[in-house]
Write a protein that binds this ligand. Sequence first.
Ligand code: SF4
Length: 731
Amino acid sequence: MKFSLDDLVPIFRQFEGPLTSELVRKPGDFGLGQVPVRFKPDATTTTVCGFCSTGCGLKVHLRDGSAVNLSPDTEYPVNLGMACPKGWEALTPLDAPDRGTVPLLSGQPASWHDAMSSFASRLREIQRVHGPESVAVLSTGQIVTEEMCFLGALARIGLGIPNIDSNTRQCMATSHVAYKQSFGFDAPPFTYADFEQSDVLVFIGANPCIAHPILWQRVLRNRRSPEILVVDPRRTETAMAASRHYSIAPKSDLTLLYGLANILISSGWIDREFIAQSVSGFPEFAEFVRAFTTDRVCAATGLDAEALWQFAQLVGDRSKRVSWWWTMGVNQSHESTRTAQAIIALALITGQIGKPGTGANSITGQCNAMGSRLFAHATGLPCNRDYGSPADRAEIASIYGVPAESIPQSGSPAYDQIIDGVKTGRIKALWVIATNSAHSWGTSEDLQRALAGLELLVVQDMYPTTETARLAHIYFPAAGWGEKDGTFINSERRIGLVKKVRRAPGEALSDFNILRLVSEYCGVADQFREWSSPEAVFRIMQRLSKGRPCDITGIAGYAQLDTDGGIQWPYAKDDKPASHHRERRLFGDGHFFHPDGKARILFSSPREPSEPTDAGFPFVLLTGRGSSAQWHTGSRTGKSAILAKMHPSRPYVEIHPEDAHVLGILHGGAVEIVSRRGMATACACVTTIVQPGSVFMPMHDAQVNTLTAPEYDPHSRQPSYKYCAVQVRPV
Ligand code: SF4
């Protein structure tokens, strides 16, 4: 090994940069020419929140150069001075007593040198003995884009690891695939101003009141007296606040959307001129949806004919601006890609895209799922290039300065296929970064057993206490949001700057610098000399984007992202100054990214979920976010006493009063929820929020994914977390 322990100290110093408060830039000096100069340590700086994809701007208040408090940024174009509880509490998880401060080897404190040496030698030995296919990486949508890009290039090109995916598979793979197939590029077309500029907003499988509360605030700022339509089997908080709630049968959404298309087309409530110029596949689609008669759609969804036709009239009114919004209720389905594409088709055939207040708009989940979609190097090469294309591989090789043969010729298997490899023993070594798979992945009890059986499990995380980290042979302590620099991309394609406003505790390092150490210890650092800092990688990302629909070559550097309140892509070198258009949407010219310039309508016949209810398992289990104070597996939000007061402390299951009466279940009573894979206990919340025959559990409790079904959309391979058959019984 090249390094002694003593050598590493100066490496750490070189790698771990100063706090943001210790840097100023000369006026007009964007990018790499920054000059570190100390300035007023008691001041305020700005950053972007590290929880959800809304991407709110926060003002961080500093004492002695380090963050002591924060407040929402009134100037940032996303949140306009608002933040949800998670954002207000964003600094609290950094102070948690269980932060990792030193590397661990088999649970025992170790030096970075020993941990890295062990990682490199065991990884290389497993690759040598079992072949490259025996190693996998599972990453996250929570780290900055520069780290995602570096990780992908390091794993796939530097280390020859063929299996790499991330938890964005669980939330956003569907939107990525749906847009890429329909538009020719993964390009969410909207800007948040569309919430305020729409006359009819349709939310499908989306509960922004809870999941994206600041976006809901943007809806409330709409002065056009909009109709707000919610399609959801549950009477969610958003459904309660809407003007109309379509409480459809679980997983009948695709049938509903095709039925709406049939009414719109047969009634002539469509934009024939736009279709002729900008859409392919319309005649086939029109023929296909003829079978979705009013009777058929009403039978499948449970809606009455009047409600269905009223819905169609509202979205078919061409004097109105209509926008369509979806999130996990669509994405986490067994036929999610086609459902998302049915929403896209409705926007296309009515010409409701590319104009203010319109669009087929996917609201993303994690703070940087959008960064992952462009730069992760997982199933595709950066900026929607394809591993299978020799031209794309050659282009990437030239940008990276490596031989074309070093670029793999196929994309990674998806998350579920990697997990299958872990369970069957094909994968022997797994490197998990900033995600808690043992909690969040379906059938998690199985997975925990499989993880425990790996030859090498390496976990890189803020906490050594997550369900996954507790199983690790090697643990790398990682800096969290607020302790490192980089960029996030939010749901509306806005690239926002994330700053280091705290020092990570103990010997914890940023993920970026852990990756640099890995490259050194694995002997591939020479390939990555240019990847020396987050901003240096941002420059590489700009080169990757050049000439692509997501071109960001016009951004002068981090300083411009800071001063301009983030910048939406595309922003190419010759574009007008970003300050001239703080809000921008795509497709205003009716031109899409397929070679013919048209958007494609894609469709398939609806299918039943693989696990219908029956006499033994008579209820449909729905899962979703519990409250705006909770985030996924709770590894960060669970650290806040304030957030803990904002949601029930015990797991609960919502059940309709009629079902509760039949089963003898009382409100607040203990119940067991049993699926074909596992069992959970919870207290009963007897409520008409759910329909008879279905029950709902928040996803944040570790028991929930012991119940959910291992079923995946065939196009995106996103798990179907929103439908499985269970029985419920009092205990
Ligand atoms: S809405 Fe999302 S981005 Fe905004 S403060 Fe809350 S968690 Fe952060």
